[in-house]
Design a protein around this ligand. Structure first.
Ligand SMILES: Cc1ncc(COP(=O)(O)O)c(C=O)c1O
Length: 377
């Protein structure tokens, strides 16, 4: 019995074709025609003017903040309910992340609390140059509300859309929101380059500077001249080939994840005390991961118990992100907390959602869940 993962890479002969093509072209380096084409195609896809392909989403977050001059003494509000990469990238610059709690329904940053937090920090004399809202599990944050806050508070917005490629908030597509946005193509994401990321922006100067920094900040001189600290963050041409194949298949991969979401909605439709997380308006989401929220006082079982039962059948499941303000490495940082993210963490469980899941695997998941929830207790 092979293990069923939350979100495995979905690879077909098309990906193989692109990667072999890239190898045969001789461009086996972190530059080349696949990188250029991948950037153009992704920019067109999300409606951004400029794109810079990098070797991770974390690198993308880092370099935008560096390019904006964010550094020691700065305070950068972000979602507490996120993967550590968001907060890590802020700390790389020397700035302090400030963790803002979630809207209890969507899990995304609570806009009113974000606004209040910026106001409080500034009243204390803190410098708040930028905010980093996150689109959690493939649902966009409330872009309209965040844009209003950014305009009145005069802060730059770096949208962490690592998980939300293909989703939208109103008319704005994930990857085109804010002064800059980042995407991730890690192996578990909606589409993958095995590892990779991208900066998307309408700001040509920012894109140029990120590209420059990502290739060791080399000045245009034959002998390698350097006036700034650079990074080795560019995406390989081979992996950009993989990305182009995945992008061609993105819509069908998203459609499959939507169908998995419907399957879970069906499985739990008559189970009192279980809700599908982010179900409202999810036609605009990419449904990267489907999670359930469990009220143990109604169900009589917890997410941890269900997770353990699934693990016995070699099926992976995982709690929602442990909020950053509860992480030992970040719990001394400033935060604005209502308890919403903690409650989602304690009651939420992500279930296998990958587009590579085949019908037999889905049936196995369905039987394992049914078997567990229908046990007499
Ligand atoms: C919300 C979020 N931000 C940032 C990242 C970092 O992306 P990467 O793994 O490509 O560095 C991830 C995923 O890993 C993520 O889920």
């Amino acid at each position: 019995m092979s293990r069923i993962y939350l979100s495995s890479p979905d690879i077909t002969p098309l990906e193989e074709h692109y990667v072999v093509d890239a190898i045969r072209s001789g461009w086996v380096a972190p530059l080349g025609p696949q990188v250029d084409a991948f950037e153009q195609e992704m920019a067109a896809r999300v409606g951004a003017t400029h794109a810079v392909a990098l070797n991770s989403g974390t690198a993308a977050l880092h370099l935008v903040l560096v390019s904006w001059g964010v550094g020691p003494g700065d305070y950068v509000p972000t979602s507490t309910l996120t993967f550590a990469a968001t907060a890590n990238a802020i700390t790389y610059t020397g700035a302090t992340p400030v963790f803002v709690d979630s809207d209890p329904v969507t899990g995304n940053i609570d806009p009113a609390l974000l606004d209040e937090t910026i106001g409080k920090l500034r009243a204390e004399g803190r410098n708040v140059p930028a905010i980093v809202p996150v689109d959690i599990l493939g649902k966009c944050a409330d872009y309209a509300a965040i844009a209003r806050i950014a305009a009145t508070r005069e802060v730059k917005v770096l949208s962490d859309s690592a998980e939300s490629l293909g989703a939208r908030s109103g008319d704005i597509l994930a990857g085109s929101f804010g002064d800059a946005a980042i995407l991730s193509f890690n192996g578990n994401k909606i589409m993958t380059t095995s590892g990779g990321g991208m900066v998307m922006t309408g700001d040509a100067a920012l894109a140029d500077h990120v590209r420059f920094l990502s290739t060791q900040a080399r000045e245009p001189a034959l002998h390698y001249e350097h006036k700034e600290i650079g990074y080795n963050y560019r995406l390989s041409n081979l992996l950009a080939g993989l990305g182009r194949a995945q992008l061609e298949r993105l819509d069908s991969m998203i459609a499959r994840r939507h169908r998995h979401r419907d399957m879970y909605a069906n499985i739990f439709s008559d189970v009192d005390g279980v809700e599908i997380f982010q179900r409202e308006d999810d036609e605009h989401d990419n449904c990267w991961l489907t999670a359930i929220i469990v009220d143990q006082s109604v169900t009589g079982w917890s997410t941890a118990e269900l997770s353990e039962a699934l693990a016995k059948d070699d099926i992976e499941s995982r709690p929602l992100w442990k909020p950053m303000h509860l992480q030992p490495v970040f719990n001394s940082h400033p935060s604005a907390i209502t308890g919403a993210a903690q409650s989602l963490f304690e009651t939420g469980l992500s279930l296998p959602s990958g587009s590579a899941l085949v019908p037999e695997q889905l049936l196995r998941v369905q039987r394992a869940i049914d078997g567990y929830i229908k046990q007499p207790r």
